[in-house]
Design a protein around this ligand. Structure first.
Ligand code: NAP
Length: 212
């Protein structure tokens, strides 16, 4: 479970129940951010994608300031999800991951293509954490280096696996109208190959659904 403990308990109720956990013993504990430092600013990259859309909404339910990145065509959509600031990922500002309001990030939920640590690092607050759901080999190396050097800034590579209790929690939010799902497209099961091709193309807006 990705448990953003850095957010105060009042603000943490939504992000506390992130829908996934990790299977390996090494990663199976909660990812617990520093409780002493309140999480106030979050960056969500690829916020228009299937994962990022939820990260933005859950963070806003937790009442934190959200900076988000996406393509120009989806800026209004991501603002409607609740993001406070949205940056077009094809701009130099976004390449540097800089917040328009010059905020440092307490947490980055990284859903876009692998990005070097040197790009994240200057944008992180003192105890900033990068939760990387698209980790390449260098991300794993960075994670180890940050750990063994007891760095306050950390990178956490995450492989996500759904847990029933967390999915139930999210379904509850959906039923209450607090969490919505942007759907890019729907395919029948016989067209699953096309759905997969669309998915790995990396340009879907929201979820791609395969129906029986
Ligand atoms: N670790 C895990 O267990 C796990 C679980 C699920 C997903 N993932 C990975 O997480 C990544 C995100 O998946 P996803 O399904 O949320 O979405 P996705 O399909 O990769 O995201 C597509 C969206 O992101 C935008 N986008 C593409 N490149 C971007 C960039 N550099 N910066 C900002 N936005 C960008 C696209 O906009 P345009 O169309 O305008 O280009 C599109 O709207 C994928 O790489 C996926 O494999 C990992």
């Amino acid at each position: 479970m990705l448990d953003l403990e850095g957010i105060s308990s009042r603000r943490c109720w939504a992000t506390r129940s992130w829908p996934y956990s990790t299977p390996s013993p090494h990663l199976s504990r909660c990812i617990t951010l520093d409780k002493a430092i309140p999480t106030t600013n979050i960056l969500v990259t690829a916020a228009s994608g299937g994962v990022g859309q939820y990260a933005v909404q859950l963070a806003k339910l937790g009442n934190v300031h959200v900076t988000a990145t996406c393509g120009a065509r989806n800026i209004d959509l991501v603002k409607n999800l609740g993001a406070d600031e949205v940056i077009d990922y094809k701009t130099p500002q976004c390449a540097a991951l800089k917040s328009p309001s010059d905020k440092k990030y307490d947490v980055v939920i990284h859903c876009a293509t692998p990005t070097p640590w040197s790009t994240f690092e200057p944008n992180l607050g003192l105890n900033g954490k990068v939760i990387d759901i698209t980790p390449g080999p260098s991300a794993f190396w960075t994670a180890v280096v940050k750990k063994v050097t007891c760095s306050k800034k950390k990178l956490v590579p995450v492989l996500l696996f759904p847990q029933a209790k967390n999915l139930d929690y999210l379904v509850g939010l959906v039923k209450e109208g607090k969490l919505k799902t942007i759907i890019d497209s729907k395919y029948t099961l016989s067209k699953a190959e096309e759905a997969w091709a669309k998915s790995i193309d990396g340009h879907a807006t929201g979820k791609i659904i395969v129906e029986p």
